[in-house]
Ligand binder design. Sequence first.
Ligand code: APR
Ligand code: PHB
Length: 387
Amino acid sequence: MHTTVAIVGAGPAGLLLARLLHARGVDCVVLESRDRGHVERRQRAGMLEQGTVDALRDCGAGARMDREGLVHDGIELRFDGRSHRVDFPALTGGRRVMIYAQTELVKDLIALQLDSGPPLLFEAPVTGVTGVDGGRPTVHYQRNGEPATLTCDYVVGCDGYHGVTRTALPAGARHTFERGHPYSWFAILADVAPSCDELVYAHSPRGFALHSMRSPRVSRLYFQVPNGTDPAAWSDAEIWAELAARLETIGDWRLRTGPITARAVLPMRSSVTEPMRHGRLFLAGDAAHIVPPTGAKGLNLAVADVVELAGAFDRLFADGSPESLDAYSDTRLRAVWRAEHFSALMTSTLHLAPDQDPFTTRLQLAQLHRLADSPHAAAELAANYAG
Ligand code: APR
Ligand code: PHB
């Protein structure tokens, strides 16, 4: 097979890039290692910033999101006996966010692609990429257990943190900046109506907790746990008790409980690979960068990467201008590092590190009081969240 742009990975980055290129008449093929059911069931992010919402609407993939998504005008910070609402539209000139599960966004993009193209091959794991320094890269993959190849003009690695395309950048030509975090998130999905209308980020003496949701009937919650925590070691009752201990700190507000339908312990990682391009190979989304989930940036960064890349390919193929493509890596890395800084700051402000000293805790509370008391500080927070 031959195509113009070979896309590795059918997560949000790969699927949206395929949609955007297809709409511009650019031939592309998506190769995905897992089967459709696995890709569509993976519980991931849920907060879409304005740019992501606009991108999905513009490419015709926003109909169900607009029907079923929850538009939110803010978040609540809960700390030190206080509750403070950050009003996004008031602080950003009208920007807001949408709660719409990544699983649903992926389902919508897959359905569109299977219905009207471009080609999307499931169970087609890519084993390597060669020739990225030349004029005709080759993507090597498995099809029904047999080796196969896809030649192309460009390759875009959208295969996430555990993919293979990042290693197709020569070791001497790439540098990955990494940082671990001394805690993880215990994540649950529960068949119970959300206990409040918007997201609640809670700093508590027992550790961080986040109240989110997926629909008027499904809640999504997270709480900080030590790395290596076994999700099976906690009973439902113990999970709800811990979440209540961290969230029920304001007056008579109470956490609704219900059947827990999914649970996982998610380790936290910060990682950036530079550059995001080598020759005819480009990286986008988690293949290039990982942020801790505190700032809800992962999905939105992936979308912004491929919107930039699709526009750059369009300018190259439509009027022969390579400038945007040549600037892709620098342009995106500036935004990626901004998001890394915001995510790291929110993570260190809201989580209690193991053996954290009281002085550090007072610094965290000082930062949170500042966000609640200063419109300038709140505006910076809102601009980072709402995108
Ligand atoms: N060959 C083909 N596909 C692969 C390979 C491979 N060798 N390795 C990984 N993949 C696929 C994975 O199965 C997955 O479907 O690439 C896809 C990568 O998707 P994501 O990990 O979702 O990454 P991305 O599309 O960049 O989206 C980022 O997903 O992980 C979350 O928090 C992250 O919300 C953010 C979003
Ligand atoms: C989610 O709903 O999954 C979510 C929302 C906000 C975050 C992280 C996760 O910061």
